[in-house]
Design a protein around this ligand. Structure first.
Ligand code: FES
Length: 180
């Protein structure tokens, strides 16, 4: 053996050992990080929605006189092993407002989570649990209403003749709209 080589052998071995350990560590850290990213990017958000807009109804299915109509919201649920299409994740009232813009309201009452009904004769939404009422724009109608805020409006877009809604549930009982 060349004596000049001998001092470098331990250094080389140590370097290779450290490089292998670093590579193994990087791989071990990447797998859970990628899984976490996948959960973050899950279109349903796994709880209250909040992902990409979902197609809810054909535009022509919504009356053009401002009267709301209720629709189920279906989406594709993805978990670690399965992809299940058309899973109900909630429901919305859609209405065509003045000027043709489409409004969407989550059907869940912001007070305690009951489902509101639209009462056509009274032209308002009524929560059957504690009688909160909301006008067609989703605002609290009765000042004595126990609901801390108006109905939760959701972002909409009209694309290819259909209404798409960015569905989200919000926490009940809070004055602010806080995602559930
Ligand atoms: S849950 Fe709607 S008013 Fe109480």
């Amino acid at each position: 053996m060349d004596p000049k080589d001998s001092p470098t052998q331990p250094d080389r071995r140590e370097f290779i050992t450290k490089a292998c350990a670093l590579t193994a560590g990087a791989v071990a850290a990447t797998v859970p990080a990628a899984a976490g990213l996948f959960v973050l990017l899950d279109p349903l958000g796994r709880k209250g929605g909040g992902g990409e807009p979902v197609r809810v109804a054909a535009l022509e299915a919504i009356p053009d006189d401002g009267v709301p109509r209720k629709f189920s919201v279906l989406a594709t649920r993805v978990d670690a092993w399965n992809r299940t299409p058309n899973v109900p994740i909630g429901a919305v009232y859609l209405r065509r407002a003045v000027g043709g813009t489409v409004q969407a309201f989550n059907v869940v009452c912001p007070h305690a989570g009951c489902f509101v009904d639209y009462v056509a004769d009274a032209k308002h939404y009524l929560c059957p649990c504690h009688n909160s009422t909301f006008d067609t724009e989703g605002r609290i109608q009765d000042p004595k209403s126990p609901s801390p805020r108006g109905l939760d409006e959701l972002a909409t877009e009209v694309r290819d003749g259909a209404v798409w809604v960015k569905f989200q549930n919000y926490r009940a009982g809070a004055k602010e709209k806080l995602p559930a």
